[in-house]
Design a protein around this ligand. Structure first.
Ligand SMILES: *Cc1c(COP(=O)(O)O)cnc(C)c1O
Length: 299
């Protein structure tokens, strides 16, 4: 199986002051320490895709993302590591002065970027348009935006192996929902999976994701804590991140995990969990995205 040199993942208990005695425990599974650049859930979503390429002598990975995409950043590094050529199709024109740190990083790892208009990017799942890509890059394999395919969900099962059956609730951030579905499918039914969506009105994902869930298992989505929408934030959220870091010594990312932990704090305040609940929150990584607010963070 394709593997990058990994740190040993660990589970870190939160400072009990953070949740008082509202629940019996809250722990964090630190996927953010998997690798400096192939961070968190991104590696797990990629590993079976990379393996598929290696097994089938495919030499080029093609994938998609925006100018700040954690998925593009991780794919560039993983592809380079395994000697695969890598094409990133980017939503919007970031050439010249508009280049972001994330995309500069991708180029540094040998990813070849193609900027397409928002209009054209919408075709990213259109078979005909994808065929023009595979014609251009023969012997290539297309990984959808966010690693959202069956191989991506399959790779996530490896995360479930770290989750003991004593946890009553598993909390995870949701972008495409690939990580959430992968976990729901791999965990026993009695463990509740709660998904925190950082997009406005993100609960629309529920129907789409339900189709991908095996059997009778269920999950719940929460989209109240979007702070204005995907990629948006307020000073209040940044302050929360700094306080969280001071108390727990855990850096959160501004796009996903900060909004999740903020939401969980609000849910604790509202007493939505039974007192004997034991929560495991998945730190899905994404810390590279904090470069845009680096001057406001204490870490
Ligand atoms: C990409 C990302 C997610 C979303 O993962 P999905 O599998 O697309 O739902 C969550 N958290 C972080 C930090 C991410 O970078």
């Amino acid at each position: 199986m394709a593997t990058i040199p990994e740190c040993i993942l660990y589970i870190q208990p939160l400072n009990t002051d953070w949740y008082k005695n509202k629940v019996s425990a809250i722990d964090i599974l630190r996927l953010d320490v998997v690798h400096k650049h192939v961070s968190g859930n991104k590696w797990y979503k990629l590993k079976e895709n990379v393996q598929h390429c290696l097994d089938n002598n495919i030499d080029t990975l093609i994938t998609f993302g925006g100018g700040y995409s954690n998925h593009l950043a991780a794919t560039a590094v993983a592809a380079e590591y395994f000697g695969l050529k890598c094409i990133g199709i980017v939503r919007g024109d970031y050439s010249g002065d508009r280049m972001t740190d994330t995309l500069r990083h991708c180029i540094g790892y040998g990813m070849e970027l193609t900027f397409v208009s928002y209009e054209e990017y919408k075709l990213k799942d259109d078979r005909e348009w994808l065929n023009t890509l595979t014609d251009k890059y023969p012997n290539s394999f297309i990984v959808p935006e966010g690693g959202a395919n069956e191989l991506g969900r399959l790779g996530i099962a490896a995360i479930a192996e770290y989750i003991s059956d004593t946890y009553t609730h598993i909390a995870v951030s949701v972008g495409t929902g690939t990580t959430l579905v992968g976990l729901v499918n791999a965990l026993p039914e009695y463990q509740k999976v709660y998904g925190y969506v950082p997009m406005k009105g993100g609960s629309y994902l529920e129907e789409e994701l339900n189709v991908l869930v095996n059997g009778e298992k269920c999950f719940q989505l929460f989209d109240d804590w979007h702070f204005g929408g995907f990629g948006k934030h307020t000073d209040d959220l940044v302050q929360f991140m700094n306080e969280f870091y001071s108390l727990n010594d855990i850096p959160l990312d501004i796009v996903y995990t900060a909004k999740m932990m903020y939401g969980i704090q609000k849910q604790l305040d509202a007493n939505i969990f039974d007192k004997d609940s034991k929560l495991l929150c998945i730190h899905t990584g994404g810390l590279q995205g904090n470069s845009t607010i680096a001057n406001k963070l204490i870490y």
